[in-house]
Ligand binder design. Sequence first.
Ligand code: HEM
Length: 146
Amino acid sequence: MSLPVLLLRTLLAFALLVMLACTGTRHDDAVLYRELGGQSGITAIVDGFLYELAEDTDVLPLFANTDIDRFREKFIEQLCDVSGGPCEYSGDNMRETHRDMQVTRAQFNSVVEDLIRAMERRDVPVGAQNRLLKRLAAMYGDIVYR
Ligand code: HEM
């Protein structure tokens, strides 16, 4: 095989790999957003989460001065964004928002459990729950006090 042909084939193979990598990521992302039920599913999950939070005495006091309508709106937007939906999170930075709250690991876990209960009630498949939780777990270092 001549050198130009070999180079062309290598280039084409590389372009194909890049295309596959891009479509693969997008596909996975869209799947998670859909598995959560799209915009209406995520809205229902967050509303269920707020009911759970209202019963959660470990963390509720921290929300005493919070504008819950804003929190609801930003949390819906964030879940849509991290699950690959057509939203861009426009809320405050996670580290800044939680910095002065001195959130403990137990409180973080408690909030995650509230979210799991809300997803269970919506019959979100366990695989999708885990994928979402993994993406939220990436924020652990910004939220928990150390
Ligand atoms: C996966 C974990 C968490 C995520 C994804 C998350 C996400 C968010 C988001 C999106 C906001 C709204 C930011 C804005 O207003 O622009 C927020 C605010 C807030 N978060 Fe979290 N959070 C998490 C964990 C926690 C934990 C564990 C606590 C407390 C125990 C907590 C307490 C709060 C409070 C009190 C606010 C409202 C702050 C205010 O009033 O301005 N969060 N969080």
